[in-house]
Write a protein that binds this ligand. Structure first.
Ligand code: A2P
Length: 345
C-alpha cells in the first residue's frame, strides 16, 4: 500500500497519544505525514516519532485542513470542540474520548466485534471505553454462539487510564510512603498507592459511577441488543498498566467452559491463558505493550443457570485505546467510502 495518508493525532503528548504514534509506526500504517497536535501547553515541544522528531502544534480550527484522517485522545472537551470542525473540513475523526460515544450519529466500534457499523459514520467514529473494549472482545464469540442475557463485571483498572497524571500520582505516593513521607493526592479523591478505590469518574443518581454506566450503555450499543443487562463495579487499583476484569455471564443457551475456551482460542484478538494448575492465568504485567485481550480462569458459575465466569486482562493504553483506534483507521483506509465525511451539526 502506498504511504499516502496525512494523519493528525490530537493529544499526541499524552499517554494514549504517545501509544497511538507508536502503533501507527509499529503496525506499518501507510502515513505520508503525521501531525502532532496538543494544547498550547506543549506547542513547540519536540517528540520522538518513527526514528526522528516531530514538533507539536497547538490545535486550532485550521489544524485539520489537508489531513485525511485524525485520531483524538485529548479528553471530552477538546473532542466536543474539534471533532465536528475536523469532520466538516473533510477529515474523519476516530475519537477516544467519551464525548461522542452515545451520539446516535456516531458508530462505536471494536473491529473484532462490530466492524459493519462503521458504514454509517458521518465523520466521527468513537473508540469505546477501555474496560468495555476488552470485555466485549472476550465476550463476542460467546455472544454469537449462545447469546448473553446478563453480564456482571468487577474491574481492576490501572492508573494509566487517567493518563500521565495518574501514573505520576501512583509513583509519587508509593515513593513517599515507602520513605516514610506523606502521600498527597490530587488526581484521585483518596490515596491510590496500596489501596483500591471503588470510584472511577463521577457518581450518578442511580448509585453507579459514570464509568460503570459507560460499560453498560456501550455494551448495548455495540452488541446492538437492548436485552443484554450489565452491572459493573469499576475499581482503580495501584497498577501502572493493564486493566483486569472478573466477569460473570449468564448465557442464552448452555455452553461448557471447554466449549467456550475452544471458541475463544479461535477468535481474533484473543489469547487464552488458562492453565491454573501451572499458575498460568492472564496478568496485567504480562499484557503490557501487547495488542491481544487475554482470557483465563474460565469456569462454570454455579450461582445461576447457564453461568460462566472468567478473568480478562488487556493493556488499557494499547488495545483499550491506541490499538483499537489504529485498527479502526486500518479498516477505513481499505474502503474509500469510509474516508468520506458528511457531518452537520
Ligand atoms: P498537552 O500536552 O498540551 O497538555 P493525558 O491523557 O496523558 O493526560 O494527556 C492528555 C493529552 O490531551 C495531552 O496530549 C494534552 O496536551 C491533550 N489535551 C488536553 N486538553 C487539551 C485541549 N483543550 N486542547 C488540545 N489538547 C489537549
Amino acid at each position: 500500500m502506498l504511504n499516502e495518508y496525512n494523519v493528525g493525532v490530537l493529544g499526541a503528548t499524552g499517554a494514549v497519544g504517545q501509544e497511538m504514534l507508536n502503533c501507527l509506526v509499529e503496525r506499518g500504517f501507510p502515513f505520508k505525514t503525521v501531525k502532532a497536535l496538543a494544547s498550547e501547553r506543549s506547542a513547540g515541544t519536540k517528540i520522538d516519532f518513527d526514528g526522528g522528531e516531530i514538533v507539536v502544534e497547538r490545535v486550532g480550527p485550521d489544524s485539520f485542513k489537508g489531513l485525511d484522517l485524525a485520531i483524538f485522545s485529548a479528553g471530552a472537551k477538546a473532542s466536543a470542540e474539534y471533532a465536528p470542525i475536523a469532520a466538516k473540513s473533510g477529515c474523519p475523526v476516530i475519537d477516544n474520548s467519551s464525548n461522542w460515544r452515545m451520539d446516535p450519529r456516531v458508530p462505536l466500534i471494536i473491529p473484532e466485534v462490530n466492524p459493519g457499523a462503521l458504514k454509517r459514520h458521518k465523520g466521527i467514529i468513537a473508540n469505546p471505553n477501555c474496560s468495555t473494549i476488552q470485555m466485549l472482545v472476550a465476550l463476542k464469540p460467546i455472544y454469537d454462539a449462545v447469546g448473553i442475557k446478563r453480564i456482571v463485571v468487577a474491574t481492576y483498572q490501572s492508573v494509566s487510564g487517567s493518563g500521565y497524571k495518574g501514573i505520576e500520582e501512583l509513583a509519587d505516593q508509593s515513593r513517599n510512603l515507602l520513605s516514610g513521607q506523606d502521600a498527597v493526592n490530587s488526581v484521585y479523591p483518596h490515596r491510590v498507592a496500596f489501596n483500591c478505590l471503588p470510584h472511577i469518574d463521577v457518581f450518578l443518581d442511580n448509585g453507579y459511577t459514570k464509568e460503570e454506566m459507560k460499560m453498560a450503555n456501550e455494551t448495548v450499543k455495540i452488541f446492538d441488543d437492548q436485552n443484554v443487562k450489565v452491572s459493573a463495579t469499576c475499581v482503580r487499583v495501584p497498577v501502572f498498566f493493564g486493566h483486569s476484569e472478573a466477569i460473570w455471564i449468564e448465557t442464552g443457551r448452555p455452553i461448557s467452559p471447554d466449549a467456550a475456551r475452544e471458541l475463544l482460542n479461535r477468535a481474533p484478538g484473543i489469547l487464552v491463558v488458562d492453565d491454573p494448575k501451572a499458575n498460568r492465568y492472564p496478568l496485567a504485567s504480562e499484557s503490557v505493550s501487547r495488542d491481544e485481550v487475554f482470557v483465563g480462569r474460565l469456569r462454570a458459575d454455579p450461582s445461576c443457570e447457564n453461568g460462566l465466569a472468567m478473568w480478562v486482562v488487556a493493556d488499557n493504553v494499547r488495545k483499550g485505546a491506541a490499538t483499537n483506534a489504529v485498527e479502526i483507521a486500518e479498516l477505513m483506509i481499505r474502503d474509500p467510502q469510509l474516508m468520506k465525511t458528511d457531518w452537520t451539526d
